[in-house]
Write a new protein. Sequence first.
Length: 135
Amino acid sequence: MPEPQPKLVSGTSDIGVALVTVTEWESEMASQIKSALRAGQALEISFPTFTPRIIVHSECELTMKIIAGDNAGFSDTVQYEAVAVRDGLIMLSWQEHIGSTIVHVLDLVSGDAYTAVTPAKGGFMRLRGRIEVKS
């Protein structure tokens, strides 16, 4: 999917900088976000020490539940953002209610997930896992 281009409003500013209408650009980005994941879609990612299941409820809400390994049973329903970087490649991010921040790069073609987590208690984790699309 080609990257949306900002729309020029009136050429350039008095210092030669292109002006864009942010709402038009945001609208195009929103259409990419809406198409990145679909309601009802479920993914499981097998990381070395745990496996989360992600269930998409809508274009902005999902539930993540740890189904195996460390912190099994933990679950949170959150607001998320997903951007289709290109066909089969999605960047998915959210902040949990406990304060942890999660960013996944999901390569649905290769089945690989690259994830960065900032836990609420501090620190930084980089993970790699395998994606299984459940529905």
